[in-house]
Write a protein that binds this ligand. Structure first.
Ligand code: ZN
Length: 335
C-alpha cells in the first residue's frame, strides 16, 4: 500500500500502523532465506526489490479537499542515482543491528525507523520519497508538473544525490600550518564530508586502495598554495570529526582510467585505527548512464539493478566489466 504524504511526518500515526501490521520476516531475512535455499537453482530473488522509478499517489487529506490540488501523483525518473545506495544502506542496517543507533545520530531516529519499516513493507516508492524529501535539497533534482503529476527527475551523479546527503557521518578534518611566518593564512582547517580517493602517486608496496586511503588520511608536507608564499605546509593526520563511522563510502570516480575489478579489491582495510570489511559497491555503466549495486550476504554476491525485471540476482562470482562508482566498507564489530 502507498502511504500518503501526511503520514510521513506523523510519527504517532506511523507507530500505531507499525504495531497493527504484523510482519513475520524482514525483507532482509527473506533475501537471506532465498540465498540459502536457492544457491544451486533459481538465481534471482522472486520479488521485485526497489524497481527503477516509481509513482507515488497523494491521497487528499481533509485539509486538501477545500483547495484544488496542483497534482495528485508524483512520478519518479532516473532513480538509479539513489536506488543502489538505498539497497546497500538497508542491507548494512539490517545486517548490523548496532549500526542503526549510530546512523540515527546523523540522519535522525525517525528517519532510520521509517526507512527500515518502508523497506520491510516493500513500499519502495515511499522509501525513495522519504529520501528525496527528508535528505535531498530541492536544488539536487529537477521537478516539473505534467498534467496532474509532479515529475521528479533524479538524473545525475549518485554521490551528489546520495553520499553528500549523509550529514556528517563521514566528515573528516585535517589541519595544516605553513612554515612561513608571513604566510597570509598560516593555520588552515580542511573539512570534507565525503571520502574521495585517487590512485596513489607512487607504485604501492601494498594494495592500491589501502595506499590511496593512507594518502587521504596521513600527514604530509607540500608547498604552500597561498599567493606569494613560498613556505612549506605541514598537514596533520586527517581525523573523523565524530569518530570512525559504522560504514564508509569511498568515491572511486577518480579511478575511471583504471580497470578495477571487484575480484581484485581488498576485503579488509585499515582506517582510522579500525578494521573495515568490504560490504558492497556501486557500479556505473557509462553507455546508458546507469548505476547498479552489488553487495555480499553470507559470503554470496548479489547484484541489484532496478531496471532489470529480476532486480536482485545471485552471482556465482564477483561481477566484472562495469566501472566502479564507489566502494562500501563496514566497520568490524567484535560480536
Ligand atoms: Zn604559506
Amino acid at each position: 500500500m502507498e502511504a500518503d504524504f501526511c503520514s510521513l511526518t506523523d510519527t504517532e500515526e506511523l507507530q500505531s500502523f507499525i504495531t497493527h501490521s504484523e510482519r513475520t520476516k524482514t525483507l532482509f531475512e527473506e533475501i537471506r532465506a532465498s540465498i540459502s535455499s536457492n544457491v544451486e537453482g533459481e538465481r534471482s530473488f522472486w520479488r521485485p526489490v526497489l524497481p527503477w522509478g516509481g509513482v507515488f499517489s497523494i491521497r487528499a487529506g481533509r485539509r486538501a479537499i477545500a483547495s484544488t490540488p496542483l497534482y495528485v501523483e508524483i512520478s519518479l525518473k532516473n532513480t538509479c542515482t539513489i536506488d543502489g545506495f538505498l539497497m546497500l544502506l538497508y542491507v548494512i542496517l539490517r545486517d548490523n543491528h548496532s549500526f542503526a543507533r549510530e546512523v540515527a545520530l546523523f540522519l535522525g531516529k525517525r528517519f532510520v525507523q521509517h526507512f527500515l519499516y518502508l523497506m520491510d513493507s516493500c513500499d519502495y516508492t515511499t522509501v525513495k520519497m522519504l529520501w528525496i524529501w527528508d535528505r535531498m535539497s530541492k536544488r539536487q533534482y529537477r521537478s516539473e508538473i505534467h498534467h496532474a503529476a509532479l515529475e521528479i527527475d533524479l538524473f545525475g551523479n549518485e554521490h551528489e544525490n546520495f553520499t553528500k546527503n549523509l550529514e556528517n557521518l563521514m566528515s573528516t578534518v585535517q589541519e595544516s600550518w605553513c612554515s612561513n611566518w608571513s604566510c597570509p593564512s598560516r593555520f588552515q582547517e580542511h573539512l570534507l564530508k565525503t571520502i574521495c580517493i585517487r590512485p596513489p602517486h607512487e607504485f604501492p608496496d601494498k594494495g592500491l586502495i589501502q595506499r590511496s586511503l593512507d594518502e587521504f588520511f596521513c600527514p604530509r608536507l607540500q608547498l604552500c598554495q597561498e599567493l606569494q608564499c613560498e613556505g612549506l605546509r605541514e598537514f596533520s593526520t586527517r581525523l573523523f570529526c565524530h569518530g570512525p563511522p559504522p560504514f564508509v563510502i569511498l568515491n572511486m570516480q577518480m579511478w575511471s582510467s583504471e580497470e578495477l575489478e571487484l575480484s581484485y579489491l581488498p576485503y579488509h582495510l585499515e582506517l582510522s585505527q579500525q578494521r573495515y570489511s568490504l560490504e558492497g559497491a556501486t557500479l556505473f555503466s557509462r553507455d546508458d548512464h546507469h548505476y547498479s549495486a552489488v553487495f555480499q550476504m553470507d559470503g554470496c554476491w548479489l547484484h541489484y539493478d532496478g531496471l532489470r525485471t529480476d532486480n536482485l540476482v545471485l552471482l556465482r562470482e564477483p561481477p566484472a566489466l562495469l566501472l566502479l562508482s564507489s566502494l562500501v566498507y563496514i566497520r568490524n564489530t567484535h560480536k
